[in-house]
Design a protein around this ligand. Structure first.
Ligand code: ZN
Ligand code: ZN
Length: 93
């Protein structure tokens, strides 16, 4: 039996709690959070590497709440390659 302790990534997300919705850089995995009314303030380019920022599902334009999502909850479309997620989680600390 595993304890139902929140995983580290969830704790980090809450600590970073700057918005209900998430966006991330497709190049380096840098994550941004935003509120619905602040979506227009999201940068189009990553502030770290100038890579493309993805804030919506490319297939159905659904927003995503987790910066660690790899697939769209609404339609199942891949939001980014899984290997980038691995890099992202090892970063920081
Ligand atoms: Zn980047
Ligand atoms: Zn979708």
């Amino acid at each position: 039996m595993r304890a139902r302790k929140p995983p580290d990534w969830l704790i980090e997300e809450r600590r970073n709690g700057l918005g209900h919705w998430a966006a991330f850089c497709l190049s380096c995995g840098h994550t941004l959070r935003y509120f619905e009314e602040g979506e227009h303030e999201l940068p189009l380019e990553c502030p770290q590497c100038a890579g493309p920022i993805r804030a919506r599902c490319p297939a159905c334009s659904a927003r995503f709440a987790s910066a660690f999502a790899t697939a769209c909850e609404a339609c199942g479309e891949e939001l980014r390659p899984d290997e980038l997620l691995g890099l992202r989680i090892r970063r920081g600390g």
